[in-house]
Design a protein around this ligand. Structure first.
Ligand SMILES: Nc1ncnc2c1ncn2[C@@H]1O[C@H](COP(=O)(O)OP(=O)(O)OP(=O)(O)O)[C@@H](O)[C@H]1O
Length: 233
C-alpha cells in the first residue's frame, strides 16, 4: 500500500473538522474523495500535504510515517495541487513550468495546449489553462502520489474530461497514485478505481468507482445524510 491513513483527525483552532478517517491508496490508483460542501475534503488533503497537522491518527507512506512540510513531502514524491491552482500569476507559463520538479519538455508533451501560451502570464490564463499548467508542472515531475483539489471548479465539462483523462493516464502509465477531491461525483468516478464519500468530517460511503456510479441512490443518501450513513456525530 502506498498510502495508509488510520484514524486521522484534523481541524482548525483546536476544533476537528475531519474525524477518524481511514483510507488507503495503492500505486497507480485513482481515488476520488467526494462529499458535499464543507464535508472536510480540502482539510483532508491539507493534512496529507503537510499544510495542516493532524490532531490524531497515523499517516503511513510506503510503510513509514509521512511527516514534515509540503516541500519535504515533495522530496518523497508527494505533489499537491490546491483549489487555487497553484499557478504563479505574475510569472509566465514557461517560468511556471521551469519552477516545476520535471523537464519542461515533458510537461508540454502532456499538455501541448500550453505551447502557444508559454509567454503569457499565469494570471492571464483561463481557469482551464491554469489547471492544465498546474497539472502539467506536477505530472512532469512524475510524482508517486498526487493530491488534487477541486479540479473541475468552474470549468467546462469537456476540459474537466481532458484533465481527468490525463490523471488516469498518469496512473496507468507512470504508476502515479491520485487522490482527487471533487464535489461533482459522476465525471470523476468514471475515471476512478475507488471513491470515498465524506460527510460532516466522517466517511459515510466507499466503494469502487463502478459500484458508486451504479448506485446513485446510495451516493445521494451519503451526500444528504439519509439511509446508510455513518456520519451522525
Ligand atoms: N481555515 C479555516 N478555519 C476554520 N474553519 C475552516 C477553515 N477552513 C475550513 N474550515 C471549516 O472546516 C470544514 C471543512 O471544510 P473543507 O474546506 O475541508 O470542506 P470541503 O469538503 O473541502 O468543502 P468544499 O467542497 O466547500 O470546498 C467547514 O466547516 C469549513 O467551514
Amino acid at each position: 500500500m502506498l498510502l495508509k491513513v488510520e484514524g486521522m483527525s484534523a481541524g482548525y483552532s483546536g476544533v476537528d473538522v475531519i474525524r477518524e478517517l481511514d483510507l488507503t491508496i495503492d500505486k497507480g490508483e485513482v481515488v476520488a474523495l467526494l462529499g458535499p460542501n464543507g464535508a472536510g475534503k480540502t482539510t483532508t488533503l491539507l493534512a496529507l500535504a503537510g499544510v495542516l497537522a493532524p490532531t490524531s491518527g497515523r499517516v503511513l507512506y510506503r510503510d513509514a510515517p509521512l511527516r514534515g512540510a509540503l516541500h519535504q513531502r515533495a522530496r518523497r514524491g508527494v505533489s499537491y495541487i490546491s483549489e487555487q491552482g497553484s499557478v504563479f500569476s505574475r510569472l509566465t507559463t514557461l517560468a511556471n513550468l521551469r519552477l516545476g520538479p520535471g523537464p519542461v519538455a515533458d510537461a508540454l508533451a502532456l499538455f501541448p495546449e500550453l505551447e502557444p501560451l508559454l509567454k503569457r502570464r499565469g494570471g492571464l490564463l483561463s481557469g482551464g489553462e491554469q489547471r492544465m499548467l498546474a497539472l502539467a508542472r506536477s505530472l512532469a515531475g512524475r510524482p508517486d502520489l498526487l493530491l488534487v483539489d477541486e479540479l473541475s471548479l468552474g470549468l467546462a465539462p469537456l476540459i474537466v474530461r481532458r484533465l481527468l483523462e490525463r490523471l488516469r493516464a498518469a496512473a496507468d502509465e507512470a504508476g502515479t497514485a491520485v487522490l482527487i477531491v471533487e464535489q461533482h461525483a459522476s465525471q470523476v468516478l468514471a475515471v476512478s478505481d475507488r471513491g470515498y464519500v465524506l460527510r460532516r468530517g466522517r466517511l459515510s460511503l466507499s466503494g469502487t468507482g463502478a459500484e458508486l456510479l451504479a448506485s446513485p441512490e446510495a451516493l445521494q443518501a451519503a451526500y444528504l445524510g439519509a439511509g446508510a450513513d455513518a456520519s451522525s456525530g
